[in-house]
Design a protein around this ligand. Structure first.
Ligand SMILES: [Zn+2]
Length: 265
């Protein structure tokens, strides 16, 4: 797949690595809110670096990240969906919550193939990853997948949320927890000092208020939405599309119907 990697230094030692061919608008390098993009994050400590997600579809991503800091680099995965583990086999090793191991090792029927030649190491809730003078904290948040995690960097106050807290949310692709449980966990993140939320598919930082905003939309607006959407390989899902894609206050959710029913009980 053709790809043009570039990076943006979001804060000292924190890089967003993106693909200019798939920008949020016609300017491939823009960090504006817009259509879905692909973004990985590289966090640099004194001793090593962490690459959060293999979320840009090119075999060059890992070597690009390693060259950026010149440090040993470990790959941390927010979850096991195929668009977060591009070229994982060639990287060879990653850290992931064990509840998502099967998504990687067995694949998802109709969606993605298994990945075999890879070493997976476990991440657990509240685990601290010491990069040297910078510590990333793991927050396990079952929802988007059972093994979804977020990473919080105390130093910058940045939360790297993968697909768990984003302007778009796919829910129930594979069996997961009730939506209300997910919302409670999201709301609980308000205890963390968070400056910005960086997601895998938004090329812009989201405000902390987005956490409560999406809980509100899920609880109040989703059950009222009569719209459905067909997801290739999955089928029909309930859809809530809220606001303008070109603004921060946008939310597009596709959810398997039984989770909406569960919300109303
Ligand atoms: Zn995902």
């Amino acid at each position: 797949m053709e790809c043009n990697l570039f990076y943006t230094e979001l804060s000292r030692g924190i890089y967003r690595i993106s693909d200019s061919l798939h920008g949020p608008n016609s300017d491939g390098f823009s960090d504006a809110p817009g259509r879905a993009t692909q973004n990985s994050y590289l966090i640099q400590g004194q001793e090593k670096a962490a690459l959060i997600d293999l979320a840009v579809d090119t075999p060059d991503l890992f070597s690009y990240a390693c060259q950026l800091t010149g440090l040993p680099t470990q790959v941390l995965l927010t979850h096991g969906h195929p668009d977060h583990v591009y070229n994982l086999e060639s990287v060879g090793e990653a850290w992931l919550h064990p509840d998502d191991y099967d998504l990687v090792l067995k694949g998802i029927p109709g969606i993605c193939f298994p990945i075999h030649n890879v070493v997976l190491n476990p991440l657990k809730d509240r685990q601290k990853i010491d990069l040297g003078e910078r510590i990333l904290e793991v927050i396990h948040m079952p929802g988007h997948t059972l093994g979804s995690v977020l990473f919080w960097d105390k130093q910058s106050g940045f939360l790297f949320s993968g697909d768990s807290c984003s302007r778009r949310l796919l829910y129930g692709l594979t069996p997961t927890v009730p939506l209300d449980e997910h919302c409670k966990k999201l709301a609980g993140l308000a205890e963390f000092p968070i400056n910005h939320i960086y997601t895998a598919h938004d090329r812009c930082g989201l405000p902390k208020a987005h956490l409560l905003r999406i809980c509100e939309l899920i609880r109040q607006e989703l059950p009222k939405s009569a719209t459905t959407v067909i997801i290739p390989g999955i089928g029909i899902m309930r859809n809530l599309r809220w606001g303008d894609e070109n603004t921060l206050d946008y939310f597009d959710m596709a959810v398997e119907e039984s989770y909406v029913e569960g919300l109303l009980k």
